[in-house]
Design a protein around this ligand. Structure first.
Ligand code: SAM
Length: 272
């Protein structure tokens, strides 16, 4: 797991690859789902809630809440760039830290969110337990991750290129925590039974639809660090060139010249 952790830390030293992925989803998603609005609704967030967002990344979720929030908003991320981006938001207290060890007293928050981040953790169950510890009784926890096996076409092409370059990739985040096992992870972390009526699940199915090769290549390059090919690797240039060639070749054979890759997300909300 040490390899995975260091790949994650390297990945989020700068947030520009994450931003490539966020912009790709905004521009090329088939359905107009709004994951941030879905999390806010699923956790029934009101402007008076003391809310902690664990792993806030670029901070767009907190920026959206900050516009009319009256209670404190808190961001905790181990990326310095994320903490700096969140600290610049009005009314947001931002800290660097690890989701496994939250530096807050028990019962400090009404809502804790962990959006698209549990799959990066060495062990997500204790991190969910930490979220439960810092929630007040009756507070709400909401986590969102990708559905099981998202983007199968991009994944297969990436794995093929990595194999041809003898890259030993850390386990893909999406294989570790996904829509299939998230409900059980949340239940275990919060000490609830697997069929507890305190857990609710929202599933959204969607797809990325690309009209040409450039955004597919950009997306794949944006996840190379997570897959064991960081910026400073001697393999970075040849792997990028091979991805570019493989994606362009695939486009020549796609029916209608369109690359469609199923994806989706699952939000699990629970009140411990
Ligand atoms: C895929 S990004 C998601 C960012 C944001 N939540 C979103 O949905 O756009 C994962 C974020 O989790 C953070 N992260 C990963 N592991 C962490 C840990 N152990 N403790 C705190 N933050 C972590 C990363 O630095 C990054 O900002």
């Amino acid at each position: 797991m040490a390899g995975m952790r260091s790949a994650v830390e390297r990945e989020y030293r700068t947030l520009s690859p994450l931003d490539v992925r966020i912009q790709t989803h905004r521009r090329y998603s088939e359905a107009a789902h709004d994951v941030e609005a879905d999390v806010i609704a699923a956790a029934a967030v009101t402007s008076g809630d003391r809310l902690l967002d664990v792993g806030p990344g670029t901070g767009t979720f907190l920026a959206r809440l900050a516009a009319d929030h009256t209670a404190p908003l808190t961001a905790l991320d181990f990326s310095a760039e994320s903490a700096a981006a969140c600290a610049a938001l009005p009314g947001v207290r931002a800290l660097r830290g690890d989701a496994h060890h939250l530096p807050f007293a028990a019962g400090s928050f009404d809502v804790v969110t962990a959006r698209h981040m549990l799959y990066h953790l060495d062990d997500p169950v204790p991190a969910v337990a930490e979220a439960g510890r810092v929630l007040r009784p009756g507070g709400r926890f909401a986590a969102v991750v990708n559905r099981r096996a998202p983007y199968p076409r991009m994944t297969a092409l990436l794995n093929d290129v990595l194999t041809r370059h003898d890259v030993v990739s850390p386990p893909s985040p999406d294989e570790r925590v996904h829509g299939g096992n998230l409900p059980g992870i949340v239940a275990e972390g919060l000490g609830l039974g697997p069929d507890s009526d305190r857990i609710t699940i929202l599933r959204r199915d969607d797809a990325l639809v690309f009209p040409d090769a450039a955004p597919v290549v950009a997306y794949l390059v944006s996840i190379l660090t997570l897959h064991g090919v960081p910026d400073d690797s001697p393999l970075r240039a040849p792997v990028t060139a091979a991805l570019d060639a493989a994606v362009r070749a695939a486009f020549r054979t796609l029916p209608g010249g369109v690359w469609r890759d199923p994806k989706g997300y699952v939000i699990v909300t629970a009140s411990p």
